[in-house]
Design a protein around this ligand. Structure first.
Ligand SMILES: [Zn+2]
Ligand SMILES: [Zn+2]
Length: 105
């Protein structure tokens, strides 16, 4: 009897991000590894609610997306200037970054 070599990778359907409430499907990597852009914890939900469950954060809320954009910013503009200057293109770019991710309280 021939064994099936390639098994379908699992997809976890309709996981809900605890932070923003968005639903998403998680396509697992080889050996059912959860992709790094999601934050997942079983212990955390137990601590929070004292019930068994799954704690998920989507790629935006987990900070993964922000980290990728930050890398892009540094690659293209360099790191932030020590002081903000109105005429500096780098400062303007970082200001927009802050606006996108609302770092300033
Ligand atoms: Zn989210
Ligand atoms: Zn600057």
């Amino acid at each position: 009897m021939k064994k099936k070599e390639v098994s379908e990778r699992s997809v976890l359907k309709d996981r809900v991000c605890i932070v923003c409430g968005n639903k998403f499907d998680v396509k697992l990597l080889e050996n059912n590894v959860i992709p790094i852009q999601y934050f997942f914890s079983k212990d955390l939900i137990k601590n929070l609610t004292d019930e068994d469950g799954e704690y998920w954060e989507c790629e935006y809320c987990s900070g993964y997306f922000e980290e990728r954009v930050k890398e892009y910013m540094i690659k293209n503009w360099g790191s932030r200037c020590p002081d903000y200057e109105e005429n500096c293109a780098c400062c303007k770019a970082w200001k927009y970054f802050d606006y996108l991710f609302e770092i300033d309280e």
